[in-house]
Design a protein around this ligand. Sequence first.
Ligand code: SAM
Length: 225
Amino acid sequence: MDEAGFAEAFDRWVETTGPKCYESLLGPHLPPRVERALDVGCGPGYLALYLAGRADHVVGLDLSGAMTRLARRKRDRVGVGNVSFVTGDVGAPPLRPASFDVVSSDTMLHDTEIEVTLPVLRSLVRPGGWVILRDVTTRHTGRSRSPLWQLAGTIRQVPRYLRELGPRQTWSVLRFEASPTWVRHRAEGGELTREEFRAAYSRVFPDCTFLDEPWAMTAIWRAPT
Ligand SMILES: C[S@@+](CC[C@H](N)C(=O)[O-])C[C@H]1O[C@@H](n2cnc3c(N)ncnc32)[C@H](O)[C@@H]1O
C-alpha cells in the first residue's frame, strides 16, 4: 500500500469502525472559544475539524503529506474555512513556541518518542492555555507489539464486527486491519500501559487530569499563567 492508499484506507476504517465523537469526551474540558488550536498527528483531520467550531484558527500537523492532502480535501468538501493543514514532524514542528491556546492530539503519540514529544507539545502552549492529549493504551506492553498479537486481536473482534457492521463492511475492516502496513504500524508503536501513561504524562504535565476509556487515556493540563 502506498502512502496515499494508506491514508484513504485509514480514513475509511475510522468511518466504518466508529467515527470520532469528541463533543462528549473533550467538549466539557475545552474553553468555549479560543483563538488558536493545534492538532498534532492530525491524520485525516477529525479532531482539527471538530476544533474548528471552538477556535478562530486551527492548525493540523501531520508527518504524512498524503494525510494532510486528504484532510485538506475533506475540509474543502465540508466548507470549513479556518483550518490549515501543515506537513511536518511533531518532534521539530514548524510552529512558534507558546503560540496556541489549545494543543491537542488523538491516538498518535505512541508513534513518537514521548520523552521528546511531550516537552515539545508543552512548549507550544501559551500561558493559561490547554493541553489535551488522548492516546491508545495497552494491557500487555511486550505482547501487544508483536504482529501475531495484533492479528489475534483483530480475529477476536470478528463476531462483534459481523454483528455491528454486517459481512461486507467486516470484510473491508479486516482487509485494513490485517494489511501488512497496518500490522507493522501497530507492532512498531510504543503503546503504554495505563500506569506508564500516568507516570510519563505527569512528569511533563504536573497535576494533569486523566480521563479513562477502555482502550485509551486522555491527559488534560492547563499551563500556568
Ligand atoms: C493513527 S493516526 C491518527 C490520526 C488522527 N489523529 C486520528 O485520530 O484520526 C496517526 C497519525 O500520526 C501521524 N504521525 C506519526 N508520527 C508523526 C510525527 N512524528 N509527526 C507528525 N505526525 C506524525 C501519522 O502520519 C498518522 O497520520
